[in-house]
Design a protein around this ligand. Structure first.
Ligand code: BGN
Length: 336
């Protein structure tokens, strides 16, 4: 009897575990798509821009120097980040690629930014270490919104994509909040045949996925995927909604978001002051029933005020327009 109860209990545990596993993991596993049966790149364009192209072997599919769980150091200043070993081999503007092998992927990290000087040093220090261990060909672009209008994360992501791609080509783009620091370097930032949500388990949500269709915090998309959805919506001023809008775009294009399991896709979030909410976000999201074809990269308007190549990143200051213009044009639209 005791034995039977024990067996039944173990069986239930396995079922529950498997269920949780399926819910969380929508990818076929580490290095799932993108590589053919011999481990060659089977997807995307040629994937390396290093100078020594053709002279060194392609990097192994699983980078050899991964550590697994890694510590997150908060309160690192930019100067401190610049004075560590991580800068070795980094080209002005934050570009790096491995010298002993050809990187499999060229990945631009796009970081929307305003008034977060205290988080920038930790981000740079952490991400350069993380990405170098993954043997990627990468660069970090910090896109700052000029002025003090409501923050428009999605417009900044569109600007970052457009500006980075002008000096690319990059195979894929990680749209990355500055306060999201990955805690496990086995969470590989490679391109995949479907868009990837990166910030699956974050410390501010007790390491649980916020909701099934959550696409915020950090995500990764190829150039082709971004073009297919016309980039991000330009209409979200203030906090919230733009990531839900992107989820819809992806679904409209019959793509499916992939995720690594939460035990790898784990992020420490650095605390900051709450942002101003976008009160219209529910309405704007619900109105996205396919209008993404004319709201996004093809309707993006901005002016680059300044591009500065810093030691560990490229800083782009941009004027991205005003929230008031959008408000008045949508009022006019409704009257018709
Ligand atoms: C959601 C926000 C997301 C945000 C997550 C995480 C909305 C609009 C719903 C239609 N979405 O609630 O933008 O990333 O919380 O905190 O508010």
């Amino acid at each position: 009897m005791l034995m039977a109860t024990f067996l039944l209990f173990s069986y239930c545990l396995i079922v529950v575990k498997n269920k949780a596993y399926h819910g969380e993991l929508e990818t076929p596993g580490i290095l799932g798509g993108g590589l053919d049966h011999e481990g060659n790149v089977a997807f995307g364009r040629e994937s390396h821009v290093s100078d020594d192209k053709g002279q060194v072997p392609i990097c192994p599919p699983v980078p050899p120097d991964l550590r697994g769980r890694i510590n997150v150091l908060e309160n690192v200043t930019v100067e401190e980040a610049e004075s560590t070993g991580v800068t070795e081999g980094v080209k002005q503007g934050g570009f790096w690629w491995p010298s002993h092998c050809q990187a499999r992927w060229r990945v631009a990290i796009i970081v929307p930014y305003r008034n977060r000087a205290s988080q920038l040093g930790s981000f740079l220090h952490h991400m350069h270490n993380f990405l170098q261990r993954q043997e990627l060909n990468y660069s970090i672009y910090v896109i700052e919104q000029e002025g003090d209008d409501l923050f428009n994360r999605a417009r900044l992501l569109n600007v970052g994509y457009s500006e980075a791609q002008r000096e690319g080509p990059w195979d894929c783009f990680a749209f990355h909040d500055i306060d999201m620091l990955p805690e496990d370097d086995r969470h590989l930032y490679h391109c995949s045949p479907q868009p990837r949500h990166l910030a699956v388990a974050t410390s501010n949500h007790k390491y649980k996925l916020v909701y099934d269709r959550y696409f915020g915090g950090a995500c990764l998309m190829t150039d082709k995927q971004i073009k297919a959805v016309n980039g991000w919506s330009n209409r979200y001023w203030g906090w919230g909604g733009e990531d839900d809008d992107m989820w819809r775009r992806i679904a409209f294009e019959d793509m499916h978001v992939w995720r690594y399991p939460g035990k790898l896709a784990r992020y420490k979030t650095i605390k900051h002051r709450p942002q101003v909410l976008n009160k219209n976000r529910f309405e704007i999201v619900s109105r996205n029933t396919g209008r993404y074809t004319h709201d996004g990269l093809n309707s993006l308007n901005y002016t680059v005020r300044n591009i500065t190549r810093k030691l560990l990143y490229t800083h782009i200051l941009a004027n991205i327009g005003s929230s008031r213009k959008i408000a008045s044009s949508s009022v006019r639209h409704r009257k018709r």
